[in-house]
Design a protein around this ligand. Structure first.
Ligand SMILES: Cc1ncc(COP(=O)(O)O)c(C=O)c1O
Length: 379
């Protein structure tokens, strides 16, 4: 798709908006109808067909921010991810997954796919050749997530896209952690981009939604499955997501700045064992991250505390202990207790997820206040 000449900041405010032809109001009206006249229109509008005005408005805004041709808005990130994968895969097919995925995606793949005769291989995504080695004649999909959850590993988007193209395999990425502000995988050759919109797209810890963006051809194919599985989002929430997106660039810029400052402070504190953040020059794949994340390195970082991690989290005053991420308020979790609790302790160990690891989702608060909160909570 031809990139818009407008900046992301401008697109975040204007892209996709539906004009208020009746009253000339400044914002997209809410169209709650689930029943529409079917005469003299190019397509039948219906919420489960993913094509009502508020659904289209928000899908178009996300597509614009991702430099994609088209998009769909879903009722959750998992609905977006699983609908996409089921649209691309059938019995007898094989898919290659990066091993350090969001725990819920890993769990869904492990429990659902085998029942439908779809085989999966998991590989360490930090070495692109691992994907190529795992490809078989029946491989249809390579699925990645970068930066990864929770150890912020980087997968080289261009390298994976070129391997996939050589073998005629479709690439899908979960771009939740980076957000459309920092990383646009379609620009790097990736085919389909999924998001848990519950995170940076919603941005205020009060909406559950998901999104998929890609070329028109891919979106038409995914929509056919989506209409069958029915994970659509209602008009009111779609409208709220459009509203949230108007500030995504401002929010994420502040989150990027805060996360980098916190990571830089943490590496200097003796009470910390290890810091995982792609924006640090000490990160093993900092150069790749710099090239493929032109907007910034994101608001997610993880670190291992020398003291008991659970007691450290108890002592925090400003940073809230909470599952999920991407909100304007800073939140912290223990991946072993939350996102990765569904996988075995052995699998966690192989992914480097220790009990001492905490994952911080940095909000938009004043940087100094966040650093001071962490300092006072470290024993
Ligand atoms: C990286 C990532 N992908 C996907 C999901 C699933 O999204 P949702 O909870 O909106 O279904 C999550 C949820 O935590 C996530 O962190």
């Amino acid at each position: 798709m031809k990139k818009s000449s407008l900046s992301k900041l401008t697109q975040s405010v204007h892209a996709g908006s539906v004009g208020d032809s009746q009253y000339k109001g400044a914002v997209t009206p809410i169209y709650p109808s689930s029943a529409y006249d079917y005469q003299d229109i190019p397509e039948i509008l219906y919420p489960r067909y993913f094509n009502t005005p508020n659904q289209r408005a928000v899908a178009e805004k996300i597509a614009a921010l991702e430099n994609a041709e088209d998009g769909l808005i879903f009722s959750s990130g998992m609905s977006a991810i699983m609908t996409t994968l089921f649209a691309l895969l059938k019995k007898g097919d094989h898919a290659v997954f990066q091993s350090d995925l969001y725990g819920g995606t890993m769990h869904a793949v492990n429990t659902e796919f085998l029942r439908f005769g779809i085989e999966c291989t998991f590989v360490d995504g930090s070495v692109p050749e691992n994907f190529e080695k795992a490809i078989r004649p029946e491989t249809k999909v390579i699925y990645i997530e970068t930066p990864s959850n929770p150890t912020l590993k980087i997968t080289d988007l261009k390298a994976v896209a070129s391997i996939a193209k050589r073998h005629e395999v479709t690439t899908v990425i979960d771009n939740t952690f980076a957000s459309p502000v920092n990383q646009n995988p379609i620009d790097q050759g990736i085919d389909i981009v999924a998001h848990s919109g519950t995170k940076y797209i919603g941005g205020h810890s009060d909406i559950c939604c998901g999104a998929v963006v890609a070329s028109k051809g891919w979106i038409d194919k995914i929509r056919k499955s989506a209409v069958n599985t029915g994970g659509s989002l209602d008009a009111h929430t779609s409208w709220l997501v459009e509203r949230s997106l108007k500030t995504i660039v401002l929010r994420v810029r502040q989150q990027n700045q805060n996360a980098l400052a916190i990571a830089e402070y943490l590496v200097t504190d003796q009470r910390i064992d290890r810091v995982y953040y792609p924006g640090l020059s000490s990160h093993p794949d900092h150069a790749i991250a710099k090239a493929q994340m032109p907007g910034g390195f994101g608001g997610m970082l993880s670190f291992e505390v020398k003291d008991n991690a659970f007691k450290f989290m108890d002592r925090l005053k400003l940073i809230k202990r909470a599952v999920s991420l991407g909100g304007v308020e800073s939140t912290i979790t223990s991946p072993a207790q939350t996102s990765h609790s569904k996988i075995s302790a052995a699998e966690r160990a192989s992914l480097g997820i220790k009990d001492s690891l905490v994952r911080l989702s940095v909000g938009i608060e004043e940087t100094e206040d966040l650093i001071n909160d962490i300092k006072q909570a470290l024993a």
